[in-house]
Write a protein that binds this ligand. Sequence first.
Ligand code: HEC
Length: 149
Amino acid sequence: MNIKKIALISTVAVAMAASAFGAAHSPIEQRQAAMKAVGGQMRTLGGMAQGKVAFDDFAALSALEIMRDAAVTARPLFPVGTEMGSETRAMPEIWADGSDFDAIMGQLIANLDTAIAAEPADLASYRPLFGAVAGTCKACHEKYRAPEN
Ligand code: HEC
């Protein structure tokens, strides 16, 4: 096989892989999956804050780290052009001039970083750190997430 042919085959393979990925995982599906992963940690984190789950410093820290990684993943998955479609609850205001959507997402990540760095050892020190995290979920959802239909 000559070099040109090998080069062509690999270019086609890359293009095919890229389009298959795009078709199976649109940004909307990707961010919903990332948000689901963020929400998935709430059972542990919210449960501990409410006293429904026994506080465990290691479990809290792990859950905070998973949530932080999921939020970092979600942050760039709201590109212009994905505001349309009935399958998304993201509101068009996200892409309006002066939208503070990205700032709130940044605040969520900062609050998670703060909680992780603090390594809360007991429930009393954990609760306010969790409260700040949960407050950013609410702040953003109230403004930028449409109700379930
Ligand atoms: C900066 C904005 C923002 C922040 C902060 C935020 N969310 Fe979201 N979240 C959204 C938007 C917008 C959607 C809808 C995405 C879509 O449908 O395309 C969403 C969707 C979700 C979903 C549904 C995912 C699905 O489709 O099944 C869950 C669960 C969720 N968020 C949990 C959380 C939790 C828990 C937090 C805080 C720890 C949080 N979110 C913080 C904006 C945010």
